[in-house]
Design a protein around this ligand. Sequence first.
Ligand code: ASP
Ligand code: MG
Length: 412
Amino acid sequence: MKIFKFGGASVKDAEGVKNVSMVLQSQGFEKCLLVVSAMGKTTNELEKVVEFYFKKEDYQTEIEKIKQKHIAIAEGLFSPNHVVFGEINLFFDDIVSFLRRTKSPNYNFVYDQVVSCGEMISTKIVSEYLNDNQFTNQWLDARDYIKTDDSYRDGVVNWDKTKENIETLNPFTCYVTQGFIGSDDNNFTVTLGREGSDYTGAIFAYCLNADAMTIWKDVPGVMTGDPRKFHDVTLLSHISYEEAIEMAYYGASVIHPKTLQPLQKKSIPFYVKSFLDPTREGTKVGHSDKNQSEESYILKENQTLLKISTRDFSFIAEDHMSVVFGYLSKYKIKVSLMQNSAISLALCLEDNFCNVELLNEELQKVFKTDIVKNVSLFTVRNANLENIDKFYQGKNVLLEQIAKQTFQMVTQ
Ligand code: ASP
Ligand code: MG
């Protein structure tokens, strides 16, 4: 079986959905499972709905806007009396009635129940369109297959249960399902973290022992840097799982970091290709024989730099570290770089849940802290260390680190 993942950019409008069928035509549609994300920026728009709901602001108008966007896309794909319009209306009615009914004060829980609707609607539209255009497929509710714990917005997959469920699928049928979502033991929806659809693809690929997985992007493949941020970047045609894992870990947004390990474990070849030019080779990620080790650049924005020292100028010791890491784990804040000296600990943090103020308050009870928000972490992989001066130009460097061939700097 083959796994294809289509991200939000590939289905952002009616043309995008039509292009999915072009891609399938060029690749063959036999024994294929499609994982599809929410259309365009729908996830961000639904996040706004949740934000407005909790601030007691007018969330209904936001919902209406998102609904109209989907109806306009569907109008470009279906005749006016198509069943899909009823289905779209139903999904949006469900969001409204859920928000009216729920008494839950749990932001992350409400978020998952609402934001997941982006994927539910997009897959309905894509599945119906493909069925109408000779690509017979079955729509799957991914929540019936991917089981997680109840860590809302950051679900941890229960691999045993998930595998048992996915193994019941028919390998000769074509399926269309949602990225990014699963469900807990009570069948509440749990999302897998932003941009988690790649990970969904890898979960299905792993459990089905897939022949290959491909993610279809608006870039030609994995490049030596994000072409929207860097000039003169080139395509990496072959990279190893290890190199891809490292790149994703340092923040190369082309692949979600959790995606690669399940594929590597089963040696499933992984391709990153352009949905605009599907016959081009793109990037192949596999075992390391042909790894390219070109200098590549990764920029992670919206980071926070936190410097911690003891109030009595004593050394930063293991017990201090364990206090700090206890809080980081409690507030679900990820460390993207750390550096410790005798008397201070510097952490570059990724704060996806907006908890850094709470962390800082707790730490200030014990430590002296210094916080700089909105910094960037710039990483150079396979850096030519004789030639790194160029990276300092025009930058206010707050922290830097070199480990093997990886050069990193935190800048403002
Ligand atoms: N729609 C989700 C997001 O935008 C998941 C994904 O696109 O991978 O984060
Ligand atoms: Mg997306």
